[in-house]
Design a protein around this ligand. Structure first.
Ligand SMILES: C[S@@+](CC[C@H](N)C(=O)[O-])C[C@H]1O[C@@H](n2cnc3c(N)ncnc32)[C@H](O)[C@@H]1O
Ligand code: SF4
Length: 458
């Protein structure tokens, strides 16, 4: 497929609105408390009947210091001892959940996210992996996609070597911006030296893919300043970039109130930064995967996209099929059978539930047939920028154009604006529509209401 991207300022202005990032459909906002442990168990049974590989997500919520912009689920503490009781509970959860899934099911994907997984000490990390291996069937051939989010400020060569030894083969590094005044304004001081040392160590240890997280739209950023950050990173040529649009929702994330609104670049500057990023990364040979992600053409994400084998889950894009995802730890979200499941959000409730020998299910959502169909539509569009009707018609026994008559009428305007084409048998997102893919997906979302708080699509 053609992986090119067009930055069309006029279109972006016209379609400027807030919308979900579609790491799932329906989005996590639809999860509700009428779904409990018994429902989860029912879906695990169904999942075991179908079998297939598994994906595991572990949430390590701790961070040493707070970055003011942060919208992640985290607990800020200087006290490293806080991790110990949490890890014990997490290991008990691993044991409980491991006992429920067929032992023959191989773990093809594994991810430690946060917060900051590297908050853990070497022995704690080993403990966690040993416990996981005891209760789940982890791959020994290094062919799984085992990834971790790393904060370079508290990672060194030794940590990287241990992570590789534990089986990780993909790594992403939090960075955001190198400019001293921006770093100060967001309370995240991080040197080039420490960042690149981690990247180099990861390469030396044989990590297959290295990714750098940046955010545009942070206080005091300008096109010039952000291009300086970008050029520095391009020198070391990571396989992937995640360039996130700063989601500023101070009503929801308290620490964002530390950021002076007057310092936040205005929408014009933000767009100019995005335009510069796209231009520079494209010139440097990266392709746009979609939704903030860029990768080298030979990186597995770019290859999977060209081959029509890209997927999207709660952790972002993935090259492994949509296998059942088990969420472990506070706030983590899983997807098992036809359900999404979220664990409880605070440490005390998590501890109490685990101590009672119960699964810490907080919320969930059971997908209807219509939800699954729309999920397939949104996933096809967001991963491949195209949608073949015939495949969905076969899988869901529908006539696409009849079922989505209203949606196709709405898409007509986008087609006239050059975002996409609608043929007799497919929808094709054009290069000018790719940055606006969220808007296109939103047409198929039955749950959107004005009240819900999302970040801007661009
Ligand atoms: C869990 S953190 C990464 C690991 C580690 N905690 C670190 O910061 O180095 C995940 C990423 O989410 C992104 N992020 C956090 N808050 C954000 C926000 N408000 N808007 C956009 N991206 C954000 C950052 O790029 C961050 O690196
Ligand atoms: S960006 Fe990372 S280190 Fe900073 S507060 Fe968020 S999770 Fe913690």
């Amino acid at each position: 497929m053609d992986q090119s991207l067009t930055f069309d300022l006029d279109l972006i202005h016209r379609y400027d609105q807030a919308g979900p990032r579609y790491t799932s459909y329906p989005t996590a906002l639809e999860l509700h408390e009428n779904f409990g442990e018994a429902d989860y168990l029912r879906h695990i049974e169904q999942s075991n009947r179908l079998g297939g590989p598994l994906s595991l997500y572990f949430h390590i919520p701790f961070c040493d210091t707070v970055c003011y912009y942060c919208a992640c689920n985290k607990i800020v503490t200087k006290n490293r001892a806080h991790a110990e009781p949490y890890l014990n509970d997490l290991c008990r959860e691993i044991e409980m959940q491991g006992a429920l899934f067929d032992r023959g099911r191989v773990v093809d994907q594994l991810h430690w996210g946060g917060g900051t997984p590297t908050f853990l000490s070497e022995s704690q990390m080993r403990h966690l992996m040993v416990s996981t291996r005891r209760h789940f069937n982890l791959r020994e051939d290094d062919e799984g996609q085992y990834s971790i989010e790393v904060d370079p400020r508290e990672t060194d060569d030794r940590t990287i070597a241990v992570l590789r030894e534990l089986g990780f083969n993909r790594i992403s590094l939090g960075l955001q911006d190198f400019e001293p005044d921006v770093q100060k304004a967001v309370n995240r001081i991080q040197t080039e030296q420490e960042t690149f040392a981690v990247l180099e160590a990861a390469r030396n240890e044989g990590f297959r893919s290295t990714s750098i997280d940046l955010i545009y739209g942070l206080p005091l950023q300008t096109v010039e300043s952000f291009s300086r950050t970008l050029e520095k990173i391009l020198q070391v040529s990571p396989e992937r970039f995640s360039v996130f649009n700063y989601a500023h929702l101070p009503q929801r994330f308290k620490t964002q109130r530390q950021i002076d609104d007057a310092d936040i670049p205005n929408p014009e500057v933000k767009l100019a930064i995005l335009q510069m990023v796209i231009q520079r990364l494209t010139e440097a040979g990266y392709v746009y995967i979609g939704m903030d992600h860029f990768a080298k053409p030979n990186d597995e994400l770019a290859v999977a996209q060209r081959e029509g084998k890209l997927y999207r889950n709660f952790q972002g894009y993935s090259t492994h099929s949509e296998c059942d995802l088990i969420g472990l730890g506070v706030t983590s979200i899983g997807r098992v059978g036809d359900a999404y499941i979220q664990n409880v959000k605070d440490l005390d409730t998590y501890r109490r539930t685990i101590e009672q020998g119960r699964l810490p299910v907080f919320k969930g959502f059971e997908l209807s047939r219509d939800d699954k169909l729309r999920r397939a539509v949104i996933s096809g569009l967001i991963c491949h920028f195209e949608l073949e009707f015939i495949e969905l018609e076969r899988e869901f026994s529908i006539d696409f154009k009849t079922y989505f008559e209203q949606e196709l009428i709405k898409l007509q305007k986008m087609a006239e604006d050059g975002l996409l084409t609608i043929d007799t048998d497919q929808i094709l997102v054009r290069p000018a529509g790719r940055l606006l893919i969220r808007n296109i997906c939103m047409v198929f979302d039955r749950y959107l209401t004005e009240k819900k708080q999302f970040s801007k699509v661009i």
